[in-house]
Design a protein. Structure first.
Length: 432
């Protein structure tokens, strides 16, 4: 440039540049730059995103994959441009189905969710690529595609059938949460009644068959007793695709320290989630109170319109607290402290949550979380493990376990009746 800056002005500019930046703004940018650079070199693998269900339930065009155009800005937390901004390297798309649908059959809805997720992946071949193995994740990352994996949410989907489990593996499922929010015939859920005090014998057989297939056993949503039983029986690393630390927020969906302490031996990964009520004790307490209030109103007021109005009034005078990015970082640090840096990952639950932590509003914000950890002194090595190296290691171990087991073990044909004595107990009753 030929523009001459008067001497005095140039000195002032120099002085300004040398002065410490106000409120650490400069260090923030430096940490963010650092985070962005790091996430270009190692895939960020997110454990849980509910986009397929958001598409199914979309108000404008339910189940219409093309209408829910990821090339434009969506009303949800996820689209292609924000994923690129958030430097998402791989995504486990949740193929969730509610455990509460009893009459229409789980298989139909589960298959439809596979179909939606696989059509989303196929629709954007320049941006997404189906991934079935850890190698696939790394290959897609190198080609600049978001490696897209499928994770089943809720063992109710297999309807007590190991044959169904195997078929879902063949359709691409690479993890399954043993339960969702409903306790099953073979496993207790975190948010439902205790029926078995963990896993039944058939539940253990489900874990063994998942090991043989190479499907990751996902312990998000199960009760601590189920977590413990699964850790006893599994021969491969487990994951928690979207859970946080119970020591920090006493929510039943979180992982207790006693379980975190078992992860080094198992090799598993807790993918810390952003769900506000799981990372903020204030939000958890508010939600519990709101639920109580809602129930009390339902008992006291017969009319449903009045019920709604009364509840809205209560909420207006009891505003919901907000979780923060710092609280998510606290959870990540707690898991690292108790389980170790080899056992922590990230599982946002974007598009599966109504509210988000301040600072983690959508999929574009992941680098901000890494910047926060960089400011807290995390090493590049630990940050890479958190981003995805831990998940890759666990997945490779699960694949190796499957290869080993398939040499000696046939597909299990055991039934829940054989293993848990359902039916035999009925005839026993008749005799008594
Ligand atoms: Zn969930």
């Amino acid at each position: 440039m030929n523009v001459r800056i008067p001497l005095l002005t140039s000195h002032l500019l120099l002085l300004t540049a040398l002065m410490p930046s106000p409120a650490g703004a400069q260090s923030k940018d430096r940490a963010l730059e650092h985070a962005r650079k790091l996430l270009r070199s190692t895939p960020l693998i997110d454990g849980h995103n509910d986009l397929p269900w958001a598409i199914r339930e979309s108000e404008k065009a339910p189940r219409d994959v093309a209408a829910y155009d990821l090339r434009t800005r969506t009303t949800g937390h996820t689209d292609l441009s924000r994923m690129a901004q958030g430097q998402v390297g791989a995504q486990f798309w949740s193929i969730y189905i509610p455990g509460e649908i009893k009459d229409s059959g789980y298989a139909k809805v589960q298959l439809e969710q596979f179909d939606i997720a696989r059509r989303v992946i196929a629709l954007y071949p320049d941006r997404l690529a189906l991934a079935l193995t850890a190698d696939d994740i790394e290959r897609s990352f190198k080609r600049g595609r978001v490696a897209s994996l499928l994770g089943m949410e809720g063992g109710h989907a297999i309807e007590n059938s190991l044959g169904a489990l195997r078929s879902y593996y063949d359709l691409g499922a690479r993890y399954m949460t043993l339960t969702h929010n409903v306790t099953l015939d073979w496993a207790d859920a975190a948010l439902d009644s205790t029926r078995h005090n963990g896993l039944t014998e058939f539940g253990r057989e489900v874990v063994r068959e998942m090991n043989r297939l190479g499907m990751l056993v996902d312990l998000s949503h199960v009760s601590p007793a189920t977590m413990s039983d699964a850790l006893d029986v599994t021969e491969a690393p487990v994951i928690f695709s979207h859970s946080s630390a119970r020591a920090l927020t006493d929510h039943p969906r979180n992982v207790p320290d006693s379980i975190l302490a078992r992860l080094p031996k198992n090799g598993g990964v807790v993918m810390v989630t952003f769900v506000p009520a799981f990372v903020s004790p204030e939000v958890a307490a508010w939600e519990a109170q709101a639920k109580e209030q809602e129930n009390a109103i339902k008992e006291a007021v017969p009319d449903t319109v009045d019920q709604k109005r009364r509840f809205e009034e209560w909420k207006a005078t009891h505003p919901r607290p907000t979780a923060t990015l710092r609280q998510v970082a606290d959870n990540i640090e707690h898991v690292r402290k108790v389980a170790g840096s080899d056992h922590v990952g990230i599982g946002s639950d974007f598009d599966g949550i109504d509210t988000v932590p301040e600072g983690l509003e959508d999929v574009s914000k992941f680098p901000e979380l890494f910047a926060e950890l960089i400011r807290r002194g995390w090493s590049d090595s630990d940050l890479k493990k958190l981003a995805g190296q831990n998940l890759l290691r666990a997945m490779r171990a699960a694949e190796a376990t499957a290869a080993r087991l398939q040499k000696t073990r046939e597909p299990s044909t055991k039934t829940i009746e054989q293993l848990d004595g359902k039916g035999t107990s009925v005839s026993g009753k008749e005799k008594a």
